[in-house]
Design a binder for this molecule. Structure first.
Ligand SMILES: Nc1ncnc2c1ncn2[C@@H]1O[C@H](COP(=O)(O)OP(=O)(O)O)[C@@H](O)[C@H]1O
Ligand SMILES: [Mg+2]
Length: 212
């Protein structure tokens, strides 16, 4: 169930996971749209890693790059059921949906030019994340959005006009992990290596090329 949030009006549903729901909201008295993620505190509290959630959010606030959906604000107080995360809204689709719709529409996978264009942006976003000593933890096509500036480019899936926006920094992964987050440092190191590895990028590119 979505509700209006002080200063914002609910427009429609964007997606959901185990701990969270994401809705499109319009900021009152402006023409600005935001994606607001609600994390249910009662559900999240059962996670071993709940205590790390707030510090994680502060870390994510530091990220500022064109290819990352910006975390604008965190709305929270003791009277709320949910932690509300206000994010830059991506007007488009996830890369997995783009692939699916593109194939339906044009009866072929992305061209090499498109794959190059998108991959470059993914890598730029990822470099910024790692430069801030953050690891994504859950990099996959579903967590990479393509933003289109106008409705026509979105409808026509004009991929060469799209901007990559990486979303979903593994907060649900953090909460759903049965292991204590703090002792996972060496695991984080392994994730970082994997995230940086050509193999990970190669897998994403392979999916983009063959539309798998
Ligand atoms: N900034 C955003 N702009 C537009 N849609 C979004 C945005 N963030 C999330 N979504 C939508 O909500 C879905 C779920 O969000 P996500 O952050 O991946 O959470 P989780 O996978 O943990 O539930 C995404 O797949 C996407 O469709
Ligand atoms: Mg996700």
């Amino acid at each position: 169930m979505f509700y209006n949030i002080k200063g914002y009006t609910y427009i429609n549903f964007l997606g959901n996971g185990v701990y969270d729901q994401v809705g499109l909201y319009k900021k009152n008295n402006t023409n600005e749209y935001y994606a607001i993620k609600r994390i249910n505190k009662n559900k999240a509290k059962h996670s071993k890693n709940y205590k790390y959630l707030y510090s994680e959010l502060q870390i994510l606030k530091k990220l500022n790059h064109e290819n990352i959906s910006k975390l604008i604000d965190i709305i929270d107080n003791e009277f709320q059921f949910d932690i509300l995360i206000v994010m830059e809204y991506c007007h488009g689709f996830s890369l997995s949906k783009c692939l699916e719709y593109y194939k339906e529409k044009y009866a072929k996978p992305f061209t090499e030019e498109i794959v190059q264009y998108l991959t470059r942006q993914i890598v730029h976003g990822l470099i910024h994340i790692h430069e801030q000593n953050v690891i994504h933890r859950d990099l996959k096509l579903e967590n990479i959005m393509v933003h289109f500036d106008n409705e026509m480019d979105k409808t026509n899936l004009n991929m060469m006009k799209g901007t990559i926006k990486i979303i979903d920094f593994g907060l649900s992964k953090l909460l759903s992990s049965s292991k204590e987050f703090a002792i996972l440092l060496w695991e984080q190191f392994l994730i970082l290596i994997q995230e940086l590895s050509l193999l990970k990028i190669f897998n994403i590119v392979k999916k983009l090329i063959y539309g798998l």
